[in-house]
Design a protein around this ligand. Structure first.
Ligand SMILES: Cc1cc2nc3c(=O)[nH]c(=O)nc-3n(C[C@H](O)[C@H](O)[C@H](O)COP(=O)(O)O)c2cc1C
Length: 171
């Protein structure tokens, strides 16, 4: 059975433009004994409040948002390209409508109660530090609102998560 090794955050070699923007990630959280996940291609990693942090942007309407809001932690999972069609699926249907984790065939694991997927090659375990709803009055570029917020799914919330642990697959 595949296993994961915890590495120092300093040893993490990841290009967020490629890993998040092009290859995408899954944001996963647990509410009670239920888990939900969604694909994300927006976000970042860096330093805030002197902590190593990940920044994710989740729209109001996402079922996953209710899980992130209920949890202390969430995970960010990164995958090899071969799984991208599965990430596309997980980003096009809602956990409200179907058991998409079962349908996609991914295997759920946990690290100290934080859910992630066995098929991932890199997992960031994040502790929620803060949440910030993006407000329309904050948009300076006037093209943002009509381009991204006319779909009836509400605005994004920015979540700042402290990267507590980096897990790398070790075959
Ligand atoms: C490639 C891709 C990237 C996405 N990135 C984001 C994102 O960064 N933030 C977001 O709120 N939704 C994003 N989505 C949309 C959600 O993944 C999608 O609405 C998903 O079905 C939500 O599932 P849920 O309702 O089970 O949470 C993305 C979808 C795809 C396919």
């Amino acid at each position: 059975m595949k296993s994961f090794t915890s590495i120092d955050i300093e040893a993490l070699k990841i290009d967020p433009f490629e890993a998040i923007g092009q290859d995408w990630m899954l944001i996963t959280a647990k509410k009670g004994d239920q888990v939900n996940t969604m694909t994300a291609s927006w976000g970042g990693m860096g330093v805030l409040w002197n902590r190593r942090a990940a920044f994710i942007f989740v729209k109001e309407a996402r079922f996953t948002k209710t899980f992130i809001d209920a949890a202390d932690h969430f995970s960010l999972c990164f995958f090899r390209k071969q799984y991208q069609d599965k990430l596309e699926y997980l980003g096009s249907v809602s956990g409200r409508d179907e058991n998409k984790i079962k349908n996609v065939g991914f295997t759920l694991c946990e690290d100290q109660g934080v859910p992630f997927f066995l098929e991932a090659d890199t997992v960031l375990v994040c502790k929620k530090l803060s949440q910030h709803p993006l407000l329309p009055e904050g948009f300076i570029d006037s093209s943002i609102l009509p381009t991204w917020y006319m779909d009836g799914c509400g605005y994004h919330s920015l979540y700042v998560g402290e990267i507590e642990k980096v897990l790398l697959e070790s075959m």
